[in-house]
Design a protein around this ligand. Structure first.
Ligand code: ZN
Ligand code: ZN
Length: 306
């Protein structure tokens, strides 16, 4: 499997001189399974525009992008805003399946994505896309896509229902946790708090611990884990709890707990300059002591072969 990063930024595209080396496009990761003509894509941030152009230009594609499976982690704008600029969707020979979680049957994925492709926001309507597109509303569990590829989805901890994915082929495993924050006790823990209830507090503690353990099992043994690392621990603890994003230290701890081989950090804060990312990579990057994972700060164009 080859994994290519087409967009690594979080929240909003952030082009500029200060972000040119890591890249300013929002999240889009391509997974190319070995010996398979199908292209797997995770998220349609602004990075998907360059992926679309590249797919069309590849030899043997004859101007089309053939079969595409796009897995949306969730429908926050930074993860879908590139979709209208994904050229393969304008080609009649493209067959695309778009997978993603929904919060209610009334708000199907097709409706949510179609809402973006309406005259109010964009000159091309969804019905005018030439590709054959099928939408699949997801809940947790195994997703059957064939070709010897196993895909599994699980819920992360984010203000909007957000999926983590696990892709497996020929014993190689790639997992994604794009927008997530460590599970924490949502009830008051301080006895001096007027809302404190001992039973509720203990229950909240247990629920958070179990949810985190479940996620640890979900990522276990991955060759590559791609993880939200928007903040540093200091930034996270300075009023950013509950925003739905992790600190670099959280991502490293999750990778160590799951025994993954390599950790790629993404969803870089849009305010983070290249020089600041270099400095964070100097502190947190490289091989962790004691046989822990190799930690990489992902940048646009990075390709990892598993
Ligand atoms: Zn995001
Ligand atoms: Zn989000």
């Amino acid at each position: 499997m080859d994994v290519t990063f087409w967009g690594v930024r979080g929240s909003i595209p952030s082009p500029g001189f200060d972000t040119a080396r890591y890249g300013g496009n929002t999240l889009c990761v391509e997974i190319a399974p070995k010996g398979c003509s199908r292209t797997l894509v995770v998220d349609a941030g602004s990075g998907i525009r360059a992926l679309g152009n590249d797919l069309i230009a590849r030899p043997g594609r004859a101007g089309a992008a053939a079969r595409i499976a796009l897995f949306l982690t969730h429908t926050h704008l930074d993860h879908i805003l590139g979709l209208p600029f994904f050229r393969p969707l304008y080609h009649p020979s493209t067959r695309a399946v778009i997978y993603g979680p929904v919060i209610s049957a009334a708000d199907s994925l097709e409706k949510v994505i179609g809402g973006q492709l309406s005259y109010r926001y964009f000159p091309v309507r969804q019905v005018e896309l030439s590709a054959e597109i099928r939408y699949v509303d997801l809940t947790e569990g195994v997703i059957e896509i064939g070709d010897g590829i196993r895909v599994e989805a699980t819920y992360l901890n984010h203000p909007l229902l957000c999926m983590g994915y696990r892709f497996e082929q020929d014993g190689k495993v790639v997992c994604t946790a794009f927008d997530t924050e460590p599970f924490y006790n949502i009830f008051a823990c301080d006895p001096s708090d007027p809302g404190y209830d001992e039973q509720m507090s203990l229950e909240g503690e247990r629920a958070a611990r179990e949810a985190q353990e479940r996620l640890t099992r979900f990522f276990s043994g991955a060759d590559l884990l791609i993880y939200d690392a928007q903040f540093t621990a200091a930034e996270y603890h300075a009023g950013r709890t509950g925003w739905g994003h992790s600190a670099i230290e959280h991502a490293v701890a999750a990778a160590e707990a799951s025994g993954v081989r390599r950790l790629a950090l993404v969803h870089h804060d849009p305010m983070r300059s290249d020089d600041e990312l270099d400095e964070l990579a100097r502190i947190h990057g490289g091989f962790r002591p004691g046989g822990g994972p190799e930690v990489l700060f992902a940048r646009e164009g990075l390709r990892i072969r598993l």
